[in-house]
Design a protein around this ligand. Structure first.
Ligand code: CA
Length: 230
């Protein structure tokens, strides 16, 4: 997996041993992991390096997990990041409170790492399906993220790695308009400096590849905004 395809998980846990076990297991699953030991750092890290999912301990020094969750879910830029809350509290009332703040899932400590990994993947299947090896379909296009193959109308297409990542980004959310900056962030990764015109070049290559057997162009140019699939 390249850095851009690898989903980033932010682990917010103040217990060093628990944080490391989680990070170790997530990395072993192929995820990129950012770590934070308190709420204030976690909020900064989310803005600096937007994660694809957050595993968030409830009881933290300073800003609590619940408060972080509430803040992130109230901002449009961070609302869609799935959050799994970890908590030693198992009372039903706490579970309800956790979910009411907008957490996407809730896991009670002590938890099984295997189960937590399954829950992380379940959230990503919903929000970043290509990143966890799902097959994506849009009209007559089929993208198999596991084998890295793309078919249109049953015929195998030749796509470069950048075009493949562009297409999987589009296919995760058909109809969504992506700005060039958003595509740079998602497809090239934010650490690499690339000119926005590079996006246009690769969009051109993607279109050409997609139209090899079927002439209709599924990529839509949205004037002044960017690109969308369908
Ligand atoms: Ca804690």
């Amino acid at each position: 997996m390249s850095a851009a395809e690898q989903p980033t998980v932010l682990v917010v846990e103040d217990e060093p041993a628990q944080r490391e076990v989680l990070a170790y297991n997530l990395e072993a699953e192929g995820f990129r992991v950012n770590r934070s030991e308190n709420g204030d750092d976690a909020l900064l890290l989310v803005d600096e390096d937007k994660p694809d999912i957050i595993v968030l301990d409830w009881m933290l020094p300073g800003v609590s997990g619940i408060e972080i969750c509430r803040r992130l879910k109230s901002r449009s830029e961070t609302r869609n990041i799935p959050i799994i809350i970890l908590s030693a509290r198992s009372e039903e009332v706490d579970r309800v409170r956790g979910l009411e703040t907008g957490a996407d899932d809730y896991v009670v400590k002590p938890y099984s790492v295997v189960e937590l990994m399954a829950r992380v993947r379940a959230q990503l299947r919903r929000t970043r399906p290509a990143s966890v090896g799902e097959r994506l379909e849009f009209e007559d296009i089929l993208l198999d993220a596991e084998t890295h193959k793309v078919f249109r109308n049953g015929k195998l297409l030749k796509l470069g790695p950048t075009e493949f990542r562009l297409l999987s980004t589009f296919m995760e959310k058909p109809g969504r308009v992506w700005s060039r900056e958003q595509l740079l962030d998602r497809v090239w990764g934010r650490d690499i400096y690339v000119d926005t015109r590079t996006v246009d070049v690769h969009i051109g290559r993607l279109r050409k590849a997609l139209c090899t057997h079927n002439g209709s162009d599924p990529v839509r140019t949205v004037r002044g905004a960017g690109y969308a699939l369908g």
